[in-house]
Structure formats: structure tokens, C-alpha cells
Design a protein around this ligand. Sequence first.
Ligand code: MRU
Length: 348
Amino acid sequence: MNHPPDTVRAVEWRGSALRLLDQRLLPRHQEFLELDRPAAVAAAIRDMVVRGAPAIGVAAAYAVVLAARRAWQRSPAGWRGEMERDLELLAAARPTAVNLCWALKRMEAVADRAEGDPGGVLLEEARRIHAEDVDANRRMGELGAALIEERCAVLTHCNTGSLATGGFGTALGVIRTAYAAGRIGHVYAGETRPWLQGARLTAWELVQDGIPVTLLADGAAAWLMRQGGIGWVVVGADRIAANGDVANKIGTYSTAVSARHHGVKFMVVAPTSTIDPLTPDGSSIPIEQRPGRELLELGGEPVAAQGAAAWNPSFDVTPASLIDAIVTERGVVLNPATRGVAELIAEG
Ligand code: MRU
């Protein structure tokens, strides 16, 4: 199949360093950071230079290469123990996106088997994780687009595109594919307070690739659905529990509640690296709390009454019962509340 265009790459290995597009500055500035220390990558993940569950996993994989190289230089005999501290730092960078620990585990397994200088085999594995993510996204694009049977408008939340992944995107990959096939007439994107991933990133990516997009305030989603014409809400995930409950950007849950109320279908698109079979249901998913100033300020300027406190959970959990389809690269689970996601993993 000819895949629709996606021109943006946020995570790249260049020479002997990791190159990250600084997503905090988009869409006004396109600046890249070249990082050669694992601690700098951990800080970049924590501070949202790179964000989106799969992209965080890919960046962490390359950070392990940096960690191993430095550890090997310091101590060819004890490099494996030497890099433990960096691995812990990376694992703690953000708590909800399970792709981070998934990628670290894959890299650690290769490190444990490495003989001699581990740099080469670890770089190969990181590149493999990156390439597999892009392939998974393309496959999910086809599977998810096939679910959109009648031409309609769709609503998405946060940013799930090339910026949030190794490339192409999860929910945005489905939207790209379905748009190219004529199944989507228009894309609506929630602005996604407080980081504005919808306004700054999704809108930017779609404009780059010539897909018409209309932004709305997050609070307008229910009213948009009330107007009619929205066939599907299509979103990504940061962690999917074994029973199909889904953690994703704050605001996803209320959008799912509104979708069910208005008879709009709700699709979650995520690679199997986002599924955490060890988490039985959404109540055990750790939800990242971010600093209150992200709500109280906008672009560094105070916007709230001085003295007000802020509650700033970065994610929420949508129960499986509100989800019509979970799309992974291994296949689609319809009505995940009745058929566990764990079954899909077991089949793979
Ligand atoms: O805080 P962020 O920007 O990392 O949150 C990102 C999301 O919630 C995405 O929807 C999710 O990671 C899926 S990205 C393909």
C-alpha cells in the first residue's frame, strides 16, 4: 500500500547523539537539541521536549545506547553495573506511559547478552524499536481506517502523530490513512489544555501534510457532537490495562462520556507496547501529576488569580465500557470490555 505523507520526524539518531525536535517551542520555532548524555534525555522526557508514549519509548531506547557507551568508556569490566543509575533515571522520567519501561526492558535484555563493547548491538536494537514503531503505526492506520465505514468528520485529542511516535502516528496515523482514502471529510482537534498539544502540535502536523483541521476548546467537544456529523472520536493511549481500560491525556475520559451520550463511536489506537498486561485495570495505572504552574500560567505569564491552587493530572482513565474499538498492530479488539485485551496479547 502507498502510505499517505508524513513529513515530520521528532526523534532521530545522528552520528553519535540523539537529535530531538524541541516540542515545547512548536509551532513558532523548529529547533533541535543534540543530546549525548542519558541524564539529558531523561530531563528532555520529563520537561516535554519529547512527549507522546511511543516517542518517549524510542528516545529512552537511544538513551540506553548513550548510557552504555559512557559506562563502557569508564569501565569495560563493570559497564553493566555502571549504567544502572542512568536506567533508573530514565525509568523515573514520566510514570504513566508504559512504553518507556517497555523499551528499557528490551534494551536491558540486549545489554545482558552483549559480549564486548555493547554500543553496536544496543544501537541496532534501538533502531529496531524505532522502525518497528513506524511499521506498527502504518499497520494500525490501515486497520483503524477500515473501521470508518461511512465518510464522516472525526474528533481527536492531544497529539498522537509523528511527533508523538517514531513516525506516522497512532490515532493520527488512522486519520491520515482514512483521510487519504476519502473516509474522513474533516478533522476536529481539541486544543488540549494545559500543554496545548492539539493546538500547537496536531494542528501543525496536519497543516504540514495538507489535511484540513479545525481546533476547538476542550470544553466544546460535547457541543460539537451535539451538532451531528462526527462519526468517530479517535485517540491514542499512554497505557492500556489488561481489561481494556485506557489511560490517555486528561480530557479523554470526558470526551468518551460525551461520545457515548451522543452515539459517536470511540476508537483507541496504540501499539502493543502500550499494553501493560501486569496492570489488571485502570485503577492501578499511575497518573502523573504535573506542576500547578502549568495551569496557572500561559507562556510563562500568570493567567489565574494569585493565591489560587491548581489540580493538574496529566492523564485520565477511560473505562473499557466506553470504548468501541482498540486498534493495535496485531489486530482490533471490538468492545474491549467484553473481550479482554489480554486475549489479543496471548494470541500474538
Ligand atoms: O503528555 P503527553 O503529551 O506525553 O501525552 C501524550 C498523550 O496523551 C498521547 O495521546 C499518547 O501518548 C499517545 S501518543 C501516540
